[in-house]
Structures are given as structure tokens and as C-alpha cells.
Design a protein around this ligand. Structure first.
Ligand code: NAD
Ligand code: MG
Length: 373
């Protein structure tokens, strides 16, 4: 199917269902896309300095018929904190918002997670709309209703499931993204092919990946559409992650250990860790006898072709298998202290494996560190 720009996707969650609009030129049509969602015509925009500098005027033009307030936060993960949250809430109180008003999250995953959480707790919840501006947020964080901030105990530990009223993904906004952020988002796109859609992977491998990283608008729209469609289907079936939603964490257990080791200061982006983490999950699946070696090799080759992070590019990051195994033991997905991994029978066929022995993970990481250094 050729995805159309005018027909939105839907996330099916009963009375909390919402549309995802995807395509070029959507920002200029924002006023009409949200007109039924904000009876008061009062909007508070939460954004970061970078996005505000690039697109603040365009957004203001698109909302000329509304009364707007704006909160501009510095860019970066550090905003997903109690201090960041307090600033957003304070601005909302000062603006005197109530439940007939709307919060617009205008930025990447950091702004979406922070502003979405603020919307969920302000006066027990006001409506919010996501306008994701990074590839990662367009294919992943803006859809599904997970909102959160971090604290010293870890990432995303304080938060809520809180669905937006709409998601508006304008592909034009991605043209200003850094190559590094574009590739980090691409890792999550690739994830949808690897976890359940071999045909999508084949398209990405043959032409889609290269076109997408070259910002080809049709390839972007198609990839974002298929990614959101997969995520919407999984979220509709399992909103609170009691079952198959865990598949969306393919590569993420390894990624979280790498991220914890690197610290959250931008040395290793989440998507970069996911890219290498998926390579690791496939390699583990081969070693455990679940997946043919050709499939893992095909994935590695794909990552290499697009110059994406993968096992051989991790180098020193693999040098301490004991530490990485310990970090994997701290993952939120674990149950009763046992490691849960998302593994694969093949490209396009992932499954959840609970209670993986620490020893198996450590042996695997030890082999990688010996081969990889
Ligand atoms: P981000 O929001 O920090 O954006 C990355 C950088 O790109 C920032 O510096 C930002 O200012 C800049 N930027 C944003 N839009 C731009 C544009 N159009 N042009 C140029 N620069 C632009 O990070 P991200 O990668 O979008 O999101 C990462 C966050 O998302 C993490 O905090 C992660 O935990 C969260 N996340 C949440 C979920 C979820 O389900 N809620 C899922 C995945 C990730
Ligand atoms: Mg992710």
C-alpha cells in the first residue's frame, strides 16, 4: 500500500483512540488539524531552544487563530528531571490553564516525554498533542503514551501512561536534523522490520534505508507510516506492556547496559546503543541456537552498509563483560531478578525470552569482548 498523507493512522484504544498524521507540510495545517481538540482556543507550547530557533515562527504562524503561551527549555536529556518538570508545571499554573486548554509538545523525545508527563499530572490531566520533530520521536516516543522523567536511580523511572489526543509528524522538520540523530532514529525504524516485518526489512536493506538517510520524502513517509502502524498495533493489543509490547524492546536490554556504562551525557545516543544492541541480540540468538547465522550476518551487513553502530564499532565499550552483565541485571524488563531478553528466530520474528541465566549473558559478552578487542 502507498501511504497517503491525508488519511491518518489510528491508535485503537477505545475512547482514548487517536490519529497519527504523517507527511509533508503538516505544520502549516496545524490549526485545522487540532481545531476540535481545543474548545477554549488556548494552547501552551512546550519546546526546546533548538526547535524553537528553527521552527518557532512557523509554529506561531500556524496557530495564529489561537491564544498561545510558550515554554522554551534548553535542549537535552537533562530536562527530563524534577527541575525540568517543575519549570513546565510552574509555567502552566502561571498561564492559568484548565482542562479545556491544550498542551502541545513540540520537539524530540525529551520534550515529548517531559511535556506529556506534565500534562498527565497537571490538575490530574489536561489534553496534549505531540508534534515530534526528530525521526526517533516520529517513529517511537510520540506514539504509545509512555511519558516520564529520569532521576538518579535511572532513566524513565517516574512517569505515567498517558495518551495524546493526536500525533502530528511533519516529515519536512527532519531536514535540519543532524546525521547522528537521523541515524539514531533509523535504528528504531529498523527495529520494526527486525521484530515482525521481514518485508519491511528487505525494503530497507535494498533501497529504503539509504533513501531514508538521504531524506527522500517518500521513503521517510513510508518508513514512518509502517513504523507507527506496527507500534500502534502492538500498543492497541497491550497498552501497559504485560505481553507483546515487550517486543518493542528488541536490542534494548543490551542497549541499556551500554548506555548505563556510557552515562547519559550524549557520548552514546539511545538509538546508537539500540543499533549495536540489535546486532548483539541477533548474535546472541544465533549462539543460543534460535536463529540461523545468515540472518544475523545479513543484519550486520546492513548496519555496516549504512555506517550504523554495530558490534565491531563498540570496541572498548565491550571490555568489561562482568560490568555489562551486572548492568543488564538492572533492566526494568527483568522479572524476579532474572534477565529478560528479546531474541529472534529470524529477521522479522522476535520473541520474549524470560529468565535468561546471567551466566549465558556473561559468556556471550565475554566472547564478544575477546573477539571485538
Ligand atoms: P531529543 O529530544 O534530545 O532530540 C535530539 C536533539 O535534536 C536535541 O538536541 C534537539 O534539540 C534536536 N532537534 C529536535 N528536533 C530537531 C529538528 N527538527 N532539527 C534539528 N534539531 C532538532 O532526543 P530524541 O532522540 O528525539 O529522543 C530521545 C528521548 O526519547 C529519550 O529521553 C528517550 O528516553 C525518549 N524515548 C521515549 C520513548 C517513549 O515511548 N516515551 C521511546 C523512545 C525514546
Ligand atoms: Mg528505544
Amino acid at each position: 500500500m502507498i501511504p497517503s498523507n491525508t488519511e491518518p493512522l489510528r491508535v485503537d484504544l477505545g475512547e482514548r483512540s487517536y490519529p497519527i498524521h504523517i507527511g509533508s507540510g503538516l505544520l502549516s495545517r496545524l490549526g485545522s488539524l487540532i481545531q476540535n481538540l481545543v474548545p477554549s482556543k488556548r494552547i501552551i507550547i512546550v519546546t526546546d531552544e533548538t526547535v524553537h530557533g528553527l521552527y518557532g515562527d512557523a509554529l506561531a504562524n500556524a496557530l495564529s487563530g489561537y491564544t498561545t503561551h510558550i515554554i522554551v527549555r534548553p535542549a537535552g536529556e537533562a530536562q527530563k528531571s524534577m527541575a525540568g518538570l517543575e519549570s513546565v508545571l510552574e509555567a502552566m499554573f502561571k498561564a492559568g490553564l484548565d482542562r479545556s486548554d491544550l498542551l502541545l509538545a513540540f520537539g524530540g523525545g525529551v520534550i515529548g516525554d517531559l511535556a506529556g508527563f506534565a500534562a498527565s499530572i497537571y490538575k490530574r490531566g489536561i489534553p496534549f498533542v505531540q508534534i515530534p520533530t526528530t525521526l526517533l520521536s516520529q517513529v517511537d516516543s510520540s506514539v504509545g503514551g509512555k511519558t516520564a522523567i529520569n532521576n538518579e536511580f535511572g532513566k524513565n523511572l517516574i512517569g505515567a501512561f498517558y495518551q495524546p489526543k493526536a500525533v502530528i509528524a511533519d516529515t519536512d522538520l527532519l531536514s535540519t536534523l543532524s546525521v547522528r540523530d537521523l541515524k539514531a532514529g533509523y535504528a528504531e525504524v529498523l527495529k520494526y522490520g527486525l521484530l515482525g516485518d521481514r518485508k519491511f526489512f528487505e525494503w530497507l536493506d535494498v533501497e529504503g534505508g539509504k533513501r531514508l538517510l538521504g531524506l527522500d520524502p517518500d521513503a521517510l513517509s513510508k518508513a514512518i507510516f509502517i513504523s507507527c502502524q506496527t507500534k500502534a498495533r502492538i500498543v492497541a493489543a497491550d497498552e501497559r506492556e504485560s505481553g507483546q509490547r515487550a517486543l518493542l524492546n528488541l536490542g534494548h536490554s543490551f542497549a541499556h547496559a551500554l548506555e548505563l556504562d556510557a552515562g547519559y551525557d550524549g557520548d552514546l545516543l539511545h538509538g546508537e546503543a539500540v543499533s549495536a544492541g540489535m546486532d548483539m541480540a541477533f548474535s546472541f540468538s544465533v549462539q543460543a541456537g534460535y536463529c540461523p547465522a545468515e540472518d544475523a550476518a545479513k543484519l550486520s551487513k546492513h548496519l555496516e552498509k549504512l555506517d550504523m553502530p554495530r558490534i565491531p564499532t563498540l570496541g572498548e565499550r565491550l571490555s568489561d563483560p562482568d560490568k555489562l552483565t551486572r548492568f543488564m541485571g538492572q533492566d526494568k524488563k527483568n522479572e524476579a531478578g532474572k534477565i529478560t531478553l528479546i531474541l529472534a528466530h529470524a529477521i522479522g520474528d522476535a520473541f520474549v525470552q524470560k529468565a535468561v541465566p546471567d551466566e549465558d549473558v556473561k559468556n556471550f559478552l565475554t566472547t564478544l569482548s575477546e573477539n571485538g578487542l
